[in-house]
Design a protein around this ligand. Structure first.
Ligand code: HEC
Ligand code: HEC
Length: 402
C-alpha cells in the first residue's frame, strides 16, 4: 500500500468509527461500579439527597412466589433496558422532578404519590393550570409484571418505555415537547452526572429519559406485604383455587382469602386478580354500568367487542389507592366489594367469569357474590393484607429532592 492509500484507508476507518459511535450514542452502556465519587456527590447534593452507595434496585431479594418455577412469572423488562442501580436512581430523580413539566409545577409524583400507593387520592388528578385528568390515576407498583406490557386504563401504550413519555407531552398533565425537555434538562448539572452514570455519557435524550423512568417504575415492586409473608409460609399451592389458610392471618383475613380465591355463587376474584403479583394482562369488563360514558379500549379500536373494557390494575397497596375504578367512582374498598356482591351489571361485554354461561334465562345469568356483612368485611380485611409498608415509606422510592 502506498502512503496515500494508507491515509485513505485510515481515514475511512476513522470515519466509520465516528459514524458507528454517533449512531450508538443512545445505546446502553451501564457503568459498573455502584457509588458516586465525592466530587459528583458534592454537585448532586446541591439539589438532591442521594446516598453515596446506591440503593439496590437491580437485584432485590424476591420471595419464592416471585421467582419459583410454579410462579411462572412474566416480566416485561426488555433486553435492551435492564434495571441498573444508576438507571433506576436517575429514573427516581426524573419521576420526582417538576422540571419535566412546562411550568415547573407538575412531576410524575404529583399524580402518583408514594403514600397513596403511587396513585392519587383525588378522583381526577390535577395537572397544569388546575386542569383535571379524564380518568383516575393508576398505581405504578408491579408494572413490570404485566405480561404483554400494555399500559393505561385503555391499554393504549404498548410498552412502559412508550408510556413514560406520554404524560410528559400530554397538554393536561405536563405539556412539554421532547426536544425542549432534552434542552431543559441538559443544562442541569445533576443530570449531566446522572445520565453519564446511567448510560455512559451525559447527553440527555428522550429515549434515555424513557428508559430511566421505566427502570425506576419496574424497580417499584411490592413483595413485603402481610400477604407475601403468608404466601411464603404456606408455600405455593398446586392449584390456586385450593389456596390454604395463611398461618400469619387472622381468622377474618383467612375468611377473606377464602372468598377471594374460591368466591361465592360461582364468582371469584381469582381469575382476574389472582396471580401472586395481582396483575392481569387483558382489558376486561367487570359490569360497572349497563352503558358507559367512557368506553376504554373500545375508544381506541372502535371494535364493538372492546367497548367498556378496561385494564385490570394491580391490587398491590390497594388499601392506599382509593378512590377505585377507571373513573374513581368508589371511595372505599367496601364500595368495591358491594359492587361485586350485588352491583355487577349485565353489560353486553361483561367478562364470562362474571357470568353463568349455563343459565339460559335473560338477565339472570350475572354472577354476583351475594356476601353477608361479615363476609364483606373479611374480603376488605384480606385486600388490606396486600399493603406493603416498605414501598409506601422507603426512601428508595421517595423524593430525592432536598
Ligand atoms: C396530572 C396527573 C398525572 C401526571 C403528571 C402523570 N400521570 Fe401517570 N397517570 C395519570 C392518570 C390519570 C393515568 C390513567 C390515564 C389513562 O388511563 O387514560 C395514569 C397512568 C399511568 C401509568 C399506567 C399504569 C398502568 O398500569 O397501566 C403509568 C405507568 C404512569 N401513569 C406513569 C407516569 C409517569 C412516568 C409520569 C411522569 C413522566 C406520569 N405518570 C405523570 C396521571 C398522571
Ligand atoms: C372478570 C374479571 C374480574 C373479576 C372476576 C373481578 N375483577 Fe376486580 N376488576 C376488574 C376490572 C376489569 C377492573 C377495572 C374496571 C374499571 O375500572 O372499569 C377491576 C377493578 C378492581 C378494583 C379497583 C382497582 C383500582 O385500582 O381502582 C378492585 C379493588 C377489585 N377489582 C377487586 C376485586 C375483587 C375483590 C374481586 C372479587 C370479589 C374482583 N375484583 C373480581 C376485573 C375483575
Amino acid at each position: 500500500m502506498n502512503r496515500n492509500m494508507k491515509i485513505l484507508v485510515t481515514g475511512i476507518i476513522l470515519i466509520t468509527i465516528i459514524i458507528v459511535s454517533c449512531d450508538k450514542e443512545d445505546d446502553y452502556v451501564p457503568v459498573e461500579n455502584s457509588a458516586f465519587t465525592e466530587s459528583e456527590l458534592a454537585v448532586l447534593n446541591q439539589t438532591l439527597n442521594l446516598p453515596s452507595q446506591l440503593y439496590n434496585y437491580a437485584n432485590p431479594n424476591f420471595p419464592p412466589h416471585f421467582t419459583s418455577e410454579e410462579a411462572n412469572i412474566a416480566d416485561n423488562t426488555p433486553d435492551d433496558n435492564p434495571i441498573t442501580d444508576f438507571g433506576a436512581t436517575l429514573g427516581r430523580v426524573l419521576f420526582y422532578d417538576k422540571n419535566l413539566s412546562i411550568d415547573n409545577t407538575v412531576s410524575c409524583a404529583s399524580c402518583h404519590k408514594q403514600e397513596a400507593g403511587f396513585s392519587d387520592s383525588n378522583r381526577f388528578s390535577i395537572g397544569l393550570n388546575g386542569q383535571l385528568t379524564r380518568r383516575n390515576s393508576m398505581t405504578i407498583i408491579n408494572a413490570r409484571y404485566f405480561e404483554d406490557g400494555r399500559f393505561f386504563w385503555d391499554v393504549r401504550a404498548n410498552t412502559l418505555e412508550e408510556q413514560s413519555l406520554m404524560p410528559i407531552q400530554d397538554h393536561t398533565e405536563m405539556g412539554m415537547e421532547l426536544t425542549a425537555l432534552e434542552n431543559k434538562l441538559q443544562v442541569l448539572e445533576y443530570y449531566n452526572i446522572l445520565f453519564g452514570k446511567a448510560f455512559g455519557n451525559g447527553q440527555v435524550t428522550s429515549n434515555k429519559i424513557a428508559r430511566a423512568l421505566s427502570q425506576f417504575m419496574r424497580a417499584t415492586v411490592s413483595y413485603n406485604s402481610k400477604f407475601d409473608e403468608g404466601f411464603a409460609l404456606a408455600g405455593y399451592p398446586d392449584d390456586e383455587e385450593q389456596m390454604p389458610d395463611f398461618p400469619n392471618f387472622t381468622p377474618q383475613e383467612n375468611l377473606g382469602l377464602d372468598i377471594f380465591y374460591r368466591g361465592r355463587n360461582g364468582a371469584t376474584c381469582l381469575y382476574c386478580h389472582g396471580n401472586p403479583q395481582h396483575v392481569n394482562d387483558e382489558a376486561k369488563n367487570n359490569g360497572l354500568d349497563l352503558s358507559y360514558t367512557d368506553n376504554g379500549l373500545g375508544e381506541i379500536t372502535a371494535n364493538p367487542s372492546d367497548m367498556a373494557l378496561f385494564k385490570v390494575p394491580s391490587l398491590r397497596n390497594i388499601a392506599l389507592t382509593a378512590p377505585y375504578m377507571h373513573d374513581g367512582r368508589f371511595e372505599t374498598l367496601m364500595d368495591v366489594v358491594n359492587h361485586y356482591s350485588t352491583g355487577v351489571q349485565d353489560h353486553p361485554n361483561l367478562h364470562f367469569r362474571l357470568k353463568d354461561s349455563d343459565d339460559p334465562s335473560p338477565n339472570s345469568d350475572v354472577l354476583r357474590l351475594n356476601l353477608t356483612q361479615e363476609e364483606k368485611e373479611a374480603l376488605v380485611a384480606f385486600l388490606s393484607t396486600l399493603t406493603d409498608a416498605t414501598i409506601a415509606t422507603e426512601e428508595k422510592y421517595s423524593t430525592p429532592f432536598n
